[in-house]
Design a protein around this ligand. Structure first.
Ligand code: XIL
Length: 399
């Protein structure tokens, strides 16, 4: 690799945080393994220790796909995290702030302040913003699909609420997001059940998914539309996802990509092969694939799924004091294999978004067991790049 690219100037409302941190020797160094700020007065630099010194993910991807991060408002408020996000990634997802429950508690009442900060941050740092999500059974207000008695609303009322919600939200962000996770996690984990019995399905029927896509397209015709789910690398869910894509296409409904969350577990030896096969299966249906919520859990797990209802009671917490180097290396190899698969089909996987930036803020410290110390991402708790970061850059640097 050549010399580090000059850092992009940080602009707009977050510049104030970012520039203060740069002055403090913070994020200016964050793109560099080891996190050492460059000293302009230093003697001529020694040859780079690694081919990836100074390289960033967004640059290393060379336009082949977007590299994204999901961040919380709290993360954006931290100047060091904000600097890291702006320098390393060219796509942004709000970890919670676009979800129905974050935007609306009462029918017709919307608060967009927290979400709008993501719009501003993405604009200021030349990042593509992804909307997550318009329709989900979790983190959604009851008023959408249930009455005061908690029973499903009549179909017409529930359809109207779904349309009003999508009009309000996709309308507000029209032209500001590149696309929407229109429906999240609608496919059942049960082997013999096609769709999850969500409040939307109980009130509207199976076609709530197609309706949500139609409403989203009408509200923002320029936005890409995604169906997003976890565990859809696994063959059973893969088949159901293919069925859903075919049904939507048969109805003439626009769907651009399948979102594969890819909340992986390091001990799942087959995960990458299954991912490879699923990408091929979705591509054969004529849709793109986005990896939307990537992380690699290093802690022991009972269940495999990333269903946020599936909290486990107890669990070992073996890496409280830090990640042993051998585990960090195994995780690096896991990530490297994943990016090899991504690069195998140019033009099919058009985005890889990590669900978080550094280990300290990952949702996996609280899921599926609360209060553990997980290490699933590319940067550690001190915002130092882990072996996985270098491993990903090495794969991306191959000709
Ligand atoms: C998670 C967030 O990371 C947490 O902060 C929140 O408490 C629960 O939701 N699948 C999804 C994401 O689609 O929205 C979830 O995000 C993780 C699982």
């Amino acid at each position: 690799m050549g010399r580090p690219r000059p850092r992009r100037l940080l602009r707009a409302s977050f510049a104030i945080f970012s520039l203060a941190a740069i002055a403090a020797g913070g994020p200016a160094a964050l793109g560099q393994p080891g996190g050492k700020p460059a000293d302009p007065k230093a003697a001529p630099a020694a040859p780079a220790a690694s081919p990836s010194a100074g390289e960033t993910l967004r640059h290393a991807a060379r336009g082949r796909f977007l590299v994204g991060a999901a961040v919380s408002s709290w993360g954006l408020n931290d100047p060091k995290v904000a600097g890291l996000v702006a320098s390393q990634f060219d796509s942004l997802t709000a970890e919670n702030e676009f979800k129905p429950a974050s935007l609306s508690r009462q029918p017709g009442q919307y608060r967009f302040e927290a979400a709008d900060r993501f719009v501003e941050f993405a604009r200021a740092h030349d990042m593509k913003l992804v909307g997550h999500n318009l329709c989900w059974h979790s983190q959604a207000p009851a008023w959408l699909f249930r009455g005061q008695d908690n029973k499903p609303l009549p179909r017409d009322q529930a359809l109207k609420n779904l349309k009003d919600h999508i009009d309000a939200v996709a309308g507000h962000f029209k032209g500001k997001v590149i696309g929407w996770d229109v429906v999240n996690e609608a496919i059942s984990d049960a082997k013999d059940e096609y769709l999850r019995k969500t409040p939307a399905l109980r009130a509207i029927g199976d076609d709530y998914i197609a309706k949500a896509f139609e409403f989203a397209h009408a509200a923002d015709p320029g936005a890409e539309l995604y169906y997003n789910d976890y565990s859809n690398e696994n063959p059973v869910k893969r088949e159901k996802t293919v069925r859903l894509v075919r049904e939507l296409k048969a109805k003439g409904v626009r769907i651009d990509a399948v979102g594969m969350q890819c909340h992986f577990v390091l001990s799942d030896a087959d995960a990458i092969d299954k991912l490879d096969q699923s990408i091929a299966a979705y591509a054969a249906e004529g849709v793109k694939v986005a990896i939307t919520e990537l992380d690699v859990d290093v802690l022991p797990r009972r269940g495999r799924v990333a269903d946020i209802g599936a909290l486990e009671k107890g669990g070992d917490n073996p890496y409280k004091e830090g990640l042993p180097p051998a585990v960090a290396e195994a995780q690096a190899r896991f990530y490297a294999r994943l990016f090899e698969v991504v690069l195998k089909r140019p033009g099919v996987v058009n985005r890889v978004t990590f669900w978080g930036v550094h280990d300290g803020a990952s949702w996996l410290n609280g899921f599926p067991v609360r209060g553990r110390t997980n290490h699933p991402l590319l940067w550690d708790r001190q915002l130092k790049p882990k072996p996985a970061f270098g491993a990903v850059l090495d794969v991306l640097a191959r000709p």
